[in-house]
Write a protein that binds this ligand. Structure first.
Ligand SMILES: Cc1cc2nc3c(=O)[nH]c(=O)nc-3n(C[C@H](O)[C@H](O)[C@H](O)COP(=O)(O)OP(=O)(O)OC[C@H]3O[C@@H](n4cnc5c(N)ncnc54)[C@H](O)[C@@H]3O)c2cc1C
Length: 427
């Protein structure tokens, strides 16, 4: 256990300040207003992860197996969200959605959805013909559709803020910047620790989203479940194209995948999004299209270490000889430096300009950066891609040196004596 400054006794600690954690705390406090309830959130703001990064749709249980807990919770949750939003003034709209089949082989699955929706208790579900689809979405083409009236849109971040207000009004406490690192149970209570606080709680509910497995492992170390992170990417339609979508348009989902499919969504602010896809991500809470190479490398190092991996010695030293030449050109990037063999510039110029997508250009016969230094420094992913492209093309004279925390422990990058004094970012 860590050395903490205080021990507070409470009835319930909820771990995680996303929508599930806050809804849990709110629900308990609404029924038991005298209970001491604390929410602990590791970030400085609430709803910083899935809750603040989703499509903003209020689903009602079309997809789930009839009779399943998911099906019951979804419709129950739909009704509760609408009640909460109406009662506490959170902007929302029940706009309905259509699911559209574009080929004959999707018709069977569309019918299964209709039956499921009805068995799950949804009202007003209706099959649409190709021409009826156009009554709801004039710019959408399909061979058949399903109209689902019980679907809405909401800003889940706004709802999160309102839940936080209600919790505070009911006497609950929400503490941010409090990452729970230890949970241990004794006979009458559970002790939770963060780096600065310690709580003794009669009950604990963890709602840790993408870290739910790690939180569970604090008390179940042999848990055989892992979160495998996927990132969803969205496009936003230009304002001039927004009129092409009225409400929500979904494809017929492929039952082989646990995703609803890429859909068009009208957000509560009127913008139209198209997405999400599902991209395997190297980080649980990574939102950049390309997570930084240093971060990916560090995660790789972590995984190799966790798996008890051995040191790997590369066949050739990673650091090319020209880097030691005082005439080499270099530009700082985040966690490292780009090196260019100045003597070879005229030969490699075209390849470097192309593979760096114009980040590095020629100026007066010498390599130069095309962006302000600070902005250039943030292009580490793009420059890593350039490094790889140059190697594949056999272009020698371009090298990206990155300081990847933890990686040197597994892969000896280069002998220290051969590294130049300037290679750690001093120039
Ligand atoms: C791309 C995408 C689109 C989606 N679209 C929709 C949609 O349109 N409609 C819909 O209903 N659902 C949608 N979902 C699902 C929905 O977003 C999630 O089910 C929901 O947000 C989960 O909420 P949560 O509170 O469990 O998780 P999160 O919002 O991720 O919250 C978990 C919280 O726990 C905190 N935490 C983790 N570990 C600790 C710790 N050790 N100590 C303290 N705090 C910790 C995290 O910082 C985080 O704030 C979508 C999901 C994705 C990924």
């Amino acid at each position: 256990m860590t050395t903490n400054t205080q021990l507070a006794s409470v009835d319930l600690v909820v771990v995680g300040g996303g929508i599930v954690g806050l809804a849990t705390a709110y629900s308990v406090l609404s029924r038991f207003p005298n209970k001491k309830v604390v929410v602990l959130e590791k970030e400085s703001t609430l709803g910083a992860h899935q809750t603040g990064h989703n499509s903003g749709v209020i689903h009602s249980g079309l997809y789930y197996k009839p009779g399943s807990q998911k099906a019951k919770n979804c419709l129950d949750g739909y009704n509760r969200i609408l009640k909460f939003c109406s009662e506490f003034g959170v902007a929302h709209e029940v706009c309905g959605k259509i699911v559209v089949a574009t080929s004959e082989d999707e018709l069977g699955q569309l019918e299964i959805l209709r039956q499921r929706g009805e068995q799950n208790g949804l009202v007003g579900i209706r099959r649409l013909s190709s021409s009826e689809i156009k009554e709801y979405e004039p710019h959408c083409a399909g061979i058949a559709g399903l109209l689902v009236l019980q679907t809405g849109i909401v800003d889940y971040s706004a709802m999160t803020s309102r839940l936080a207000e209600r919790i505070a009004n009911l006497g609950g406490q929400i503490l941010t910047n409090q990452k729970v690192t230890e949970i241990s149970s004794s006979t009458n209570s559970t002790i939770l620790s963060t780096s600065t606080l310690e709580f003794s709680a009669k009950s604990v509910v963890t709602c840790g989203g993408l870290f739910s497995d790690r939180l569970a492992m604090l008390t179940e170390p042999n848990l055989d479940l892992r979160i495998v992170p996927f990132r969803g990417e969205y496009f936003e339609l230009k304002k001039s194209a927004a009129h092409l979508v009225r409400n929500l348009i979904y494809p017929v989902p492929d039952p082989d995948f646990p995703f609803l499919g890429v859909h068009f969504t009208r957000r509560i602010d009127g913008s139209i999004e198209c997405g999400p896809n599902a991209v395997l991500a190297f980080k649980r809470e990574g939102y950049r299209k390309t997570d930084s190479p240093a971060m990916i490398g560090a995660r790789f190092a972590e995984l190799v270490n966790e798996a008890g991996g051995k040191k790997w010695v590369p066949r050739a030293p990673r650091l090319p000889a020209f880097v030691k030449d005082p005439s080499a050109t270099s530009f700082p990037v985040k966690s490292g430096r780009v090196w260019i063999d100045t003597a070879k510039w005229s030969q490699i110029r075209r390849a470097v300009e192309t593979h760096s997508s114009g980040l590095i250009i020629d100026r007066g016969g010498a390599p130069a950066i095309s962006l302000p230094a600070e902005e250039f420094a943030s292009k580490d992913s793009e420059l890593l891609a350039c490094d790889v492209e140059c190697r594949i093309a056999g272009v020698e004279g371009f090298y990206l040196e990155l300081d990847i925390p933890g990686l040197a422990g597994i892969i000896p990058i280069a002998k220290q004596e051969s590294a130049p004094a300037t290679s750690q970012g001093a120039r």
